[in-house]
Design a protein. Structure first.
Length: 174
């Protein structure tokens, strides 16, 4: 029986999603570019604070339903969107819609990618239909969580989180 039979593509994708969510949730940032759409109130000021500080690029901006020329906007560190030409965000309730990509980097760092792959493998084993392997893996996860309540139970994933959490907090993403 091949690994494709044991672990169909969707099952592998679901397992990877669990591990990636655990890493990103614990560290406080996405390690890949993800698209976000937000609606804000225009305040009459020249700046607007986006919810994600790790903006990689703007996709679209509308004010009162009209498309804004994004070349007239600047994205400052910390997720601040500014009119450098002296423009202001028209006052209004929910009248500004911003779609942008955000994440630590456009592609995940090698050590994060490696931890996610290893964690996915461990998660697949822990949820395996092979009872012996699954029970052994579940025992390891339970033991790790007992030692540290914040643990995911996967050694490589926890090590990645310990490495990255201080870095991300240091640069203000968490």
């Amino acid at each position: 029986m091949s690994s494709v039979d044991l672990y169909p593509v969707q099952r592998r994708l679901d397992a990877a999603e669990v591990i990636v969510a655990a890493i990103e949730g614990a560290v406080g940032t996405s390690f890949v570019a993800r698209r976000h759409t937000e609606t804000h109130d225009g305040t009459g000021a020249e700046t607007l604070l986006l919810r994600r500080p790790d903006v990689l690029g703007l996709v679209s901006v509308t004010v009162n339903g009209s498309v804004v020329d994004m070349t007239s906007l600047a994205v400052l560190p910390g997720g601040v969107l500014r009119w450098p030409t002296g423009g202001l965000w028209n006052p209004g309730r929910g009248n500004v819609r911003v779609t942008y990509t955000a994440g630590h980097t456009p592609t995940p760092p090698a050590d994060v990618r490696e931890a996610a792959l290893l964690g996915t493998r461990e998660h697949l084993l822990a949820t395996s239909s092979n009872a012996e392997i699954a029970e052994r893996q579940k025992a390891l996860v339970k033991e790790a969580k007992a030692a540290d309540p914040d643990s995911t139970g996967y050694v490589d994933v926890d090590a990645c989180i310990r490495r990255w959490r201080p870095r991300v907090e240091l640069i203000g993403f968490a």
